[in-house]
Design a protein around this ligand. Structure first.
Ligand code: FMN
Length: 294
């Protein structure tokens, strides 16, 4: 499945049929997870498939999820890391988002869950593992039909005629209940941070559609901390509140989805990480985290 289609249809599923996945489905997932682990060369990340969802739910309700509100699902998949360096967090969420895409292709629903306070309660589950850090997991199972919200997208060509604010129509086009998204001109800039970029220029560079779709990336508390600066042959990604785990996790998710969207659009290129350097813009802290050379 192309990333474009995945981004159109994806959503965070928070209600599941309490039906277990079959052993062969679990095997397919675990095998694919191993492939992803092996493909991440820069840092060590490992997935942990938590099969007994009911037991995990009992253990973690009150400790994982927003304000301790745990999502009930037949299974969970955690991502384990050796440290909490920003590079590790980016690699871990990049890896998890690629597994999530595979799960979506298999007809399964997922939702990222904050597990940062769950580690201590998962000592039994983590006992045999060489990596002990767990900050995030996803719920996984067959989503209940009613938990599915439909996205409606306006194709990129149809908003360029909107007179005073070409981005308005895009920002209003999502009739989903899963959270509003920033208009493109609030998170994509030209040459330097904060400098406005025209829709014409984005279209000329073949990036209007890319940005109108990657906006649909999931992010912790839907904060959408990602920002992009387009320079000649490079696209830089920055995040707001870079010292938070959430922001770096959101950055890795976005890097996976952006790269996939760009490749699907026939543009080559790859990400490289930038040294961590914080700066301030309008009283908020940001850091550049990666550059994509096209
Ligand atoms: C790193 C991360 C952590 C998240 N943690 C939770 C969580 O603990 N509980 C929850 O209900 N949703 C969680 N979410 C889901 C977001 O709330 C969701 O992605 C966002 O509101 C946008 O909605 P959508 O994914 O349906 O498009 C998390 C998402 C990310 C990326």
């Amino acid at each position: 499945m192309l990333i474009r289609e995945f981004l159109e249809k994806r959503y965070s599923a928070r209600e599941y049929e309490q039906k277990q996945l079959s052993e062969s489905t679990i095997k397919t997932i675990v095998d694919y997870a191993h492939e992803i682990e092996a493909s991440i060369k820069s840092v060590k990340v490992k997935f942990i498939f938590l099969k007994d969802g009911a037991e995990i739910f009992e253990k973690l309700n009150g400790y994982a999820g927003y304000a301790g509100v745990m999502i009930k699902s037949p299974h969970y998949i955690g991502i384990l890391t050796e440290d909490e360096n920003y590079r590790t967090q980016i690699a871990a969420s990049y890896a998890m988002q690629s597994l999530i895409k595979k799960l979506f292709e298999m007809g399964l629903g997922t939702c990222w869950i904050d597990f940062s306070k769950a580690g201590e309660r998962l000592q039994d589950e983590l006992a045999g593992s060489e990596l002990k850090n767990i900050n995030y997991a996803v719920s996984v199972g067959y989503p209940k039909k009613e938990s599915r919200f439909k996205f409606v997208y306006v194709p990129s060509t149809s908003y360029s005629s909107v007179s005073n604010n070409p981005y308005r129509q895009i920002s209003e086009s999502k009739s989903d209940k899963s959270g509003e998204r920033l208009p493109i001109d609030q998170f994509v800039f030209k040459d330097e941070f904060g400098k406005h970029i025209s829709l014409d220029e984005l279209e000329q560079r073949g990036l209007a559609d890319v940005f109108s779709r990657v906006r649909n990336a999931p992010s912790a508390r839907n904060l959408q901390p990602w920002r992009f600066v387009l320079q000649n042959e490079r696209i830089i990604i920055a995040v707001k509140n870079p010292s938070s785990k959430e922001s770096m996790t959101d950055a890795g998710i976005m890097m996976y989805l952006f790269e996939g969207m760009v490749h699907d659009s026939g543009i080559r290129g790859e990400w490289s990480l930038l040294p961590f350097e914080e700066f301030e813009y309008q009283n908020d802290k940001y850091a550049y985290v990666g550059e994509f050379r096209v």
